[in-house]
Design a protein around this ligand. Sequence first.
Ligand code: NAP
Length: 291
Amino acid sequence: MILVTGATGQLGGAVVRRLLERTDPATVCALVRDGTKATGLAARGVAVRLGDYDDVAALDRAMAGVHRVLLVAGNEPDRRVQQHQNVIDAARRAGVELIGFAGRTLRDIRASENTLMGDYFETENRIRASGLPHVLFRNALYLDTVPAYVGGARVFETGIRLPAGEGKVAFALRSEMGEALANAMIDHEIDHDGAERTHVVAAPRAHTFDDVAAALTEVSGTAVRYTRISDDEYVEDAVRAGLPEHLARRFLGFYSDIRDDQLGRTSSDLEALLGREPATLQQGLREVFAL
Ligand SMILES: NC(=O)c1ccc[n+]([C@@H]2O[C@H](COP(=O)([O-])OP(=O)(O)OC[C@H]3O[C@@H](n4cnc5c(N)ncnc54)[C@H](OP(=O)(O)O)[C@@H]3O)[C@@H](O)[C@H]2O)c1
């Protein structure tokens, strides 16, 4: 039985959908913290287990009969390393044969100015230290987040204004990443020599925001330009749009990572796990902007 955490979230939901396409629902298990969000999963025959990453006893109960666990990273930056540790410990106590972790890809975490990224790599260290057979997924930036970065449909009036320089990003669609992770969790062959398997779940090509602007122009028929702005201009824009200044400043780390090409690592792993070419930038933008 494969347990997917964060199963009522967007990535975990995509993983479960793919598991249900490929396997018997009786072998799929969803860890959720709010059962009311999982009634659809239960109706399809998925074993829904209630548990918060903070609740050690519930995590132990959730692991009953589970052979493989996919840990989807949580979204509480100050707490999630311990939360992930709780899941790893429960998996170890249950003696699972494999733990997968959906983290993030960066060229070099030591050179990153984004304080939100360290948790993912610390979790990888904790998994290695657990001694459990594991598979690590280093996920690219979701293409699905582009609308949020550029102001949604307003981008067709304002253009793209970001402090992202000439940096390239190997964006991928979250739905395809979920599909790829599910395939890997089903097909992974346990290597008893302890060799680590890491998949860089990223597109085979990386793109600048000039490329994003050109692709948006192509798919929408409206000219979209990318204007490189400074960090201070970004904060001014964000505050004017209603974001608290401390949050806007926190997000600057994402853009310095993009400028520094931290997110530009391409890979054939996503394509290999999908068994087909991932969506192109144009196809993906059409989907996430509903064009
Ligand atoms: N690659 C990227 O571009 C990117 C961008 C943003 C975030 N991320 C990371 O990738 C993760 C998955 O992305 P996503 O889009 O699927 O995010 P999401 O839709 O916010 O899903 C996060 C899932 O984690 C669950 N969760 C959070 N805290 C939990 C806790 N304490 N106990 C149990 N479950 C908990 C949530 O439960 P509920 O359904 O109950 O809320 C949700 O199901 C995020 O959490 C974040 O770490 C990646």
